[in-house]
Design a protein around this ligand. Structure first.
Ligand SMILES: Nc1ncnc2c1ncn2[C@@H]1O[C@H](COP(=O)(O)OP(=O)(O)OP(=O)(O)O)[C@@H](O)[C@H]1O
Length: 343
C-alpha cells in the first residue's frame, strides 16, 4: 500500500526467518511499516507474532540471510537511541516501588524522556501514582506497562496484546491514548487477539499464519479477501429436513445456521445464492446480505490457509477457533533479553 513512499521505513523485515531448533516459527517475512502507520498484527496462537516482535526489538536475531531494520538502523541501535517504546506481554514489573517511582525510572532512562507527570496522566495513572506496583490489578499493571512504553518521544511503539486484562472502559481509554500517540506521527504496531480492536484502530492489518504473511491491507481489504458474505432471511414456515438440506446445498454456500424459521447462510457468491434461493420457490422475508466482520474474515482466511496445507514447514499451534483465546501464553523464559527493550 505504501510503495510510493520515499521515507525510510520505520520497520523493515527482509526475508526474516526464525528457527527454534528444527522448528521454523517465522518464514521469510518481508514487510515494511511506514512512519505514522497504526498496524495490527493478527494471527492464530503460534503464528509467529511474538517472534516477529522479538526480532523487531532486537531481543532475538533472525536466521542468517534475513534482516530486520528500524529507521534504517539495527533494532538494538534504535532501542538504545530511544526510538522504540515497547509494551510486552511478559516481563514482571518491579513490585516494591510506587507507580510514580517506576515511571520516573523509565523516564530517567529514556534519551528523549517526557515529564513524569505527563506520562502518568497520559496512561491514566495520576490517581494511583502513589500505589505500590505489587498491589495493582491486572488492568492497572497494563497501564503501567503502557506508561513505560511511552516514557519518552519514541518514534515506534510496539504493543504485544496490550489490552489483555483490561475492562471495557480501560480498553477504550487505552486506545484513545494510543490514537493520540499515532496522531503525533508515531508508528504503532500492536499484536492482538481482539479483532474488533484491530478493526477500529488499525489503518493496516497484517495476518500471520504459520510464520508467513497471509494478508496485508486495510481491515476492509482483509474482509474483501475473505470473499464471503452473510445471507440472512426468515422463512414463512419452519423448514423440514428436505428444505434444510436444499438450503445447505444452495450454490456457493459455505455454512448454514438455522434457528426456527431464521436462516443465516455464509456464501462465497451471494448473488448466486440468492438467485437460487428464489429458484427454490421460497419467499424469504427480511433478506439481508452483509459482509463479514474482521473476526469472521480472519477465521475464513486462516481456515482456508490451513486447508490448503499451511505455508511453512512449521506446525501451527492449535487455535481457539474464536479469535479470542483465554489466558495468553506468556513464555517468559524464551525471551533472550526482554528487559533491555522495555527499560
Ligand atoms: N523459544 C522457543 N523454542 C521453541 N519454540 C518456540 C520458542 N518460542 C516460540 N516457539 C514456537 O514458535 C511458534 C511461534 O510462536 P510465537 O510466540 O511467535 O507465536 P504467537 O503468534 O505470538 O502466538 P500467541 O498468539 O500464542 O502468543 C509457536 O509454535 C511456538 O511454540
Amino acid at each position: 500500500m505504501s510503495s510510493s513512499r520515499t521515507t525510510t521505513p520505520a520497520v523493515e523485515f527482509t526475508s526474516a526467518s526464525k528457527t527454534y531448533g528444527s522448528f521454523r516459527a517465522l518464514s521469510g517475512l518481508t514487510v515494511s511499516l511506514h512512519p505514522g502507520e497504526t498496524v495490527a498484527l493478527l494471527g492464530p496462537n503460534g503464528a509467529g507474532k511474538s517472534t516477529s516482535l522479538d526480532l523487531l526489538l532486537g531481543l532475538r536475531n533472525p536466521d542468517p540471510g534475513g534482516t530486520v531494520r528500524l529507521f534504517g538502523t539495527s533494532p538494538r541501535q534504535a532501542v538504545t537511541d530511544g526510538r522504540v517504546g515497547a509494551m510486552l506481554q511478559s516481563g514482571g514489573l518491579m513490585d516494591g516501588v510506587k507507580v510514580r517511582e517506576l515511571v520516573a525510572l523509565a523516564c530517567d532512562l529514556h534519551p528523549r524522556a517526557h515529564p513524569v507527570d505527563r506520562v502518568l496522566a497520559d496512561a491514566g495513572l495520576t490517581g494511583i501514582a502513589d500505589r505500590m506496583v505489587g498491589k495493582l490489578s491486572g488492568g492497572q499493571e497494563q497501564r503501567v506497562r503502557f506508561a513505560l512504553a511511552t516514557a519518552g518521544a519514541s518514534d515506534l511503539i510496539v504493543l504485544d496484546e496490550p489490552t489483555t486484562g483490561m475492562d471495557v472502559t480501560a480498553r477504550q481509554t487505552f486506545w484513545s491514548a494510543m490514537r493520540a500517540q499515532a496522531a503525533q506521527g508515531r508508528t504503532v504496531l500492536f499484536a492482538t487477539h481482539y479483532l474488533e480492536e484491530a478493526d477500529e484502530v488499525a489503518d493496516r492489518v497484517l495476518v500471520l499464519h504459520r510464520g508467513s504473511l497471509l494478508a496485508d491491507g486495510s481491515a476492509a481489504d482483509i474482509k474483501a479477501m475473505a470473499g464471503t458474505r452473510r445471507v440472512g432471511f426468515t422463512l414463512e414456515a419452519l423448514p423440514d429436513a428436505r428444505l434444510e438440506a436444499a438450503l445447505r446445498a444452495l450454490p456457493a454456500v459455505t455454512g448454514a445456521d438455522l434457528s426456527g424459521s431464521a436462516v443465516r447462510l455464509r456464501s462465497a457468491d451471494a448473488d448466486a445464492t440468492v438467485h437460487a434461493l428464489y429458484g427454490l420457490g421460497l419467499y424469504p422475508r427480511d433478506l439481508e446480505v452483509t459482509g463479514l466482520g474482521l473476526e469472521q474474515a480472519f477465521l475464513t482466511l486462516t481456515q482456508r490457509a490451513e486447508e490448503a496445507g499451511g505455508h511453512t514447514e512449521g506446525p501451527a499451534a492449535p487455535d481457539t477457533g474464536t479469535g479470542h483465546p483465554g489466558p495468553v501464553d506468556k513464555r517468559e523464559d524464551k525471551r533472550e533479553n526482554k528487559k533491555a527493550a522495555t527499560a
